[in-house]
Design a protein around this ligand. Structure first.
Ligand SMILES: Cc1cc2nc3c(=O)[nH]c(=O)nc-3n(C[C@H](O)[C@H](O)[C@H](O)COP(=O)(O)OP(=O)(O)OC[C@H]3O[C@@H](n4cnc5c(N)ncnc54)[C@H](O)[C@@H]3O)c2cc1C
Length: 432
């Protein structure tokens, strides 16, 4: 018997379990795979390379949502010092990423007139109410006051900050909400020293004080009696608990519960989450390619990159250098090899344009396709007000967390934030 069973050991499940264990609750974390981390997996391989499932950063660094979880645990994420040398790829060139209004006013990426329009757009974003714009796209928002082809071509950069570059698809409310928080915080992204592996190590340490993590143990059924949860049947046993947190992508919960017991709107939502996938390649070189330490984002091509070993030499064995590049695959990608090849060619052509000698120096590359970039792509239909709540309205003791439910922020932040919300509800309701 546990106090709380948590299904899934990604950012969300591990955060919730650590917070509950910190509050003295006996937790059991069930993880179907052999490794914690989910879509943010990170580990050191036998050759001494830190392998990340796509190079994870934390928006707003020490002022961000991931660090809020750590603060509640009495910890701080150990972020690498901010290097402020982030870059953008635009029109086949590498540019300094503009920082703040002065940066946008001075950037040579755009004509002077376009810079003024962009600044006016940013000023409007700063004042806008996100709640009024969740159901509209960024392009809708832009078009209500502006019309300038250069600025319109630059809009994907604003969407890319929340990993949804299509301005006619991304929710304006989500972009506004994130940019307002970023402007107020006045910090960029934070890279955790040692990668996500360190994040998970700290969370595991807290969990293990009061609970257990069961790897290779898949939840197969959530047991419900008289309208409330009583336990979970797994691939190995039946475990009982009065509270259960489902911490994997929402569509997967439909396999574990008699669907007639779940709210119809939630089922509908889970079935209609749009997939977004990407191709991610780790490149290893025997010589440094550049001294850039911060990230690189594409403006007119949905690319992102990081030269991890420049910022954190612990990522590679001595004398080796690693960078990770990702390119988004078209929406609804279904595994077609031809599409992967096209994306790889586009990515490598871009790399060859901005770093001409790079690919000749590569001594090893690891290629992975990552399905569902951010379980929840932040379109108007999947924006915060429409995502299901963290507490099930029909089944007592059942909670949902992760980046497909209603947390704050975007990408992994939604997982960290929804974990805190569910934990607050459980601790508020439980009398110990
Ligand atoms: C390439 C890439 C780069 C990214 N970069 C960033 C970034 O820089 N910053 C950022 O904030 N976000 C980033 N994201 C998004 C981020 O990875 C996700 O938002 C986050 O990892 C989701 O965590 P989660 O805990 O909600 O879900 P998941 O990580 O999906 O965890 C769910 C876990 O549940 C397990 N599970 C599923 N079913 C069962 C079952 N029946 N029984 C037991 N276990 C089960 C799964 O194996 C998995 O481990 C990136 C994503 C990708 C793919």
């Amino acid at each position: 018997m546990a106090d709380v069973i948590i299904i899934g050991a990604g950012y969300a499940g591990m955060s919730a379990a650590a917070l509950l264990a910190h509050a003295g609750r006996k937790v059991v974390v069930l993880e179907a795979s052999g490794m914690i981390g989910g879509r943010a997996q990170s580990y050191r391989d036998e050759q001494g390379y830190t392998r990340e499932y796509g190079a994870h950063s934390h928006r707003l660094a020490h002022k961000g949502i991931a660090n809020e979880v750590f603060k509640r645990l009495g910890e701080e994420i150990d972020f690498l010092p901010e290097t402020k040398d982030a870059k953008l790829i635009f029109k086949g060139r590498l540019w300094e990423r503009p920082e703040g209004p002065m940066g946008f006013l001075r950037t040579p990426m755009l004509s002077f007139r376009a810079r003024l329009v962009l600044l006016a757009l940013l000023a409007r974003i700063k004042k806008a109410d996100p709640a009024a714009w969740y159901d509209k796209t960024l392009l809708d928002f832009y078009k209500t006051s502006f019309q300038h082809p250069e600025v319109e071509a630059f809009l994907p950069f604003l969407g890319m900050t929340i990993m949804c570059p299509d301005s006619d698809k991304v929710s304006a409310g989500e972009v506004i909400d994130f940019l307002q928080r970023a402007l107020a915080a006045d910090v960029g992204v934070g890279e955790p020293r040692g990668g996500s592996a360190r994040i998970f190590l700290t969370l595991s340490k807290h969990i293990e004080q009061e609970g257990q993590i069961h790897l290779h143990e898949k939840a197969e059924e959530i047991i419900i009696e008289n309208g409330r949860v009583t336990g979970v049947k797994t691939s190995k046993a039946t475990i009982h608990a009065p509270d259960i947190i489902f911490a994997a992508r929402l569509p997967l919960v439909l396999e574990l519960i008699d669907n007639s017991l779940l709210p119809a709107a939630m089922i509908d939502y889970a079935k209609n989450i749009e997939n977004s996938s990407s191709l991610v390649i780790d490149f290893i070189t025997g010589k440094p390619i550049t001294s850039i330490c911060s990230g690189i984002l594409g403006v007119d091509i949905p690319i992102w990159a990081r030269f991890q070993s420049n910022a954190d030499s612990s990522f590679t064995p001595s004398g080796k250098y690693m960078s990770t590049w990702g390119i988004m695959l078209p929406w609804h990608f279904d595994g077609d090899e031809k599409i992967v090849l096209e994306a790889e060619t586009k990515l490598k052509n871009t790399i060859a344009t901005v770093f001409p000698d790079f690919l000749k120096r590569v001594i090893e590359e690891r290629k992975i396709i990552v399905p569902v970039m951010n379980g929840n792509v932040l379109t108007p239909a999947h924006s915060k007000p429409h995502r299901p709540d963290t507490q099930c309205s029909l089944i007592q003791g059942l909670y949902f967390i992760g980046d497909t439910v209603r947390g704050d922020g975007c990408s992994g932040d939604i997982s960290f934030s929804s974990a805190m919300k569910a934990v607050d509800k459980i601790l508020g309701a439980q009398i110990k």
